[in-house]
Design a protein. Structure first.
Length: 100
C-alpha cells in the first residue's frame, strides 16, 4: 500500500482514533478497493495523486465501512465507466503513439 494512504483514508472517513485492529481491517478494505479499481481500469492506478482513482478508492472504502458495498457500483457506475474509458484511451495512445 502506498505510504500515507491509510492515514488519508482515515482522515476522509473521519476516523480520529488509533485502533490497531481497525487499521488492519481498513488496510484490507483499501487493498481490495485498489485491486477492484485496477481491474475496472485495466491497469495499475495511482492512488496518491488527487485524481479520480483516489476519489473512487475513498468512496469504495466509505461504502464498505457502511456495509453498502453492493450500492457502490450502482451509485458510481458513470465514474467507473469514465475511468475505464479514460485508461483505455491512454493505453491506445501509448501503443499507437497518437494523440486523439
Amino acid at each position: 500500500m502506498p505510504e500515507g494512504l491509510l492515514t488519508s483514508v482515515k482522515n476522509y472517513l473521519g476516523i480520529t482514533w488509533d485502533d490497531e485492529a481497525g487499521d488492519e481491517k481498513l488496510s484490507g478494505i483499501i487493498a481490495r478497493g485498489m485491486k477492484y479499481l485496477n481491474m475496472i481500469a485495466g491497469t495499475e492506478l495511482d492512488y496518491i495523486v488527487e485524481d479520480k482513482p483516489r476519489e473512487l478508492l475513498f468512496e469504495y472504502c466509505r461504502y464498505v465501512r457502511s456495509n453498502a458495498l453492493e450500492q457502490f457500483q450502482i451509485n458510481f457506475r458513470h465514474e467507473l465507466l469514465l475511468l475505464q474509458l479514460h485508461e483505455g484511451v491512454k493505453r491506445y495512445e501509448e501503443a499507437n503513439n497518437t494523440d486523439i
